[in-house]
Design a protein around this ligand. Structure first.
Ligand code: RUB
Length: 308
């Protein structure tokens, strides 16, 4: 939880692989590859929900392909890591610009959790001279809303800070909801911080548009083959102190960190390739991530020419 937000998590993983590749002292390319694969697996296991993490690792590890010496493998990986980090930062800037265009002068925007790209859109709209106001939720139990309101405050944006359960009380004052994503599935569902689906459902009922800001590397290729996104369930003491929980033997604290918002509650997903309706998620996975059915067939051992 030291690195927050799916985009930053992806860049931190790329940096970690880069630094590790630079420090591994092995002249045998097979041993080098094995050590990098071990490091990659360790990184991927740290946060199970943010698909940006395995996607970033996959993109960076492709730098090892076709390398016949350790030095070639090292350089290939370091090069891919640098390229990923740069393109990720570039994607954040592009999405901020695209998303800002959906915000009109005088709009009130509601955001949930702390998303670099969602905030990028809001700050860019403010920078371009639009007069806007924001509602930001608290985000129990880890209070990511505090980071959000600090950022908005520092940008000079008029902000209302509300508890998560107050969203419906204010939704009629809101023109647009903007949130980020930890994962986008092939059917256009968005996985994001717990509470996002309640916010989106409330917005849909009030006919307020929901915009999701998400880089293409947050789309989940594995969902093409029917894999589900694993929702990270965190420790009970984030919600209820151990000394209180101990006095309540019949109570089980449930603490899922993320939830799934179905495509029907989402109006647009803004990516660095432009805005798409959520139903077009497959195109992003196929065209921009370059993951297709063939790659999955290979990864699960079905040959390219196999009938299946
Ligand atoms: C953060 C969270 C963010 C998404 C998108 O959760 O749910 O909304 O990761 O963020 P946590 P970004 O604090 O548990 O990591 O747009 O910055 O990638």
């Amino acid at each position: 939880m030291e690195v927050r937000g799916a985009g930053r998590i992806a860049r931190a993983a790329a940096e970690a692989l880069r630094d590790h590749a630079a420090s591994v002292r092995s002249s045998d390319v097979a041993a080098f590859r094995q050590e990098m694969e071990r490091a990659a697996a360790t990184l991927v296991a740290t946060r199970p929900t943010a698909v940006s993490l395995p996607n970033a690792v996959h993109i960076v590890m492709a730098g090892l392909e076709h390398a016949s010496t350790t030095e070639e493998a090292r350089e290939g990986l370091i090069h891919r890591a640098a390229r990923f980090i740069q393109s990720s930062q570039h994607a954040v800037e592009k999405i901020s610009g695209f998303g800002a265009r959906h915000i009109r002068d005088g709009d009130t925007i509601l955001t949930h959790c702390n998303s670099e790209v969602a905030l990028g859109c809001i700050i860019e709209a403010h920078r371009s001279g639009k007069e806007i106001e924001v509602f930001a939720t608290e985000v129990r139990p880890r209070n990511q809303g505090l980071i959000t309101i600090r950022t908005l405050n520092d940008a000079g944006i008029k902000t209302n800070f509300i508890v998560d359960s107050a969203v419906r009380s204010y939704i009629h004052d809101v023109d647009l909801v903007i949130v980020g994503a930890d994962a986008v599935t092939v059917n256009g569902a968005v996985v994001n911080k717990i509470g996002t689906s309640q916010v989106a459902h409330t917005a849909a009922e009030a006919r307020v548009s929901v915009l999701v800001a998400a880089e293409t590397y947050k789309f989940a290729p594995q969902t093409i083959m029917g894999d589900l996104i694993r929702i990270e369930e965190r420790e009970a003491n984030e919600v209820l102190a151990d000394e209180i929980a101990r006095t309540l033997p019949n109570v089980t604290v449930r603490n899922p960190a993320f939830d799934v918002t179905p495509a029907e509650y989402i109006d647009l997903i803004v990516t660095e390739q432009g805005a798409i309706p959520p139903q077009m998620a497959y195109i992003i996975i196929r065209e921009y991530l370059g993951w297709g059915i063939e790659e999955f067939h290979e990864s699960i051992g079905i040959g390219a020419n196999h009938d299946e």
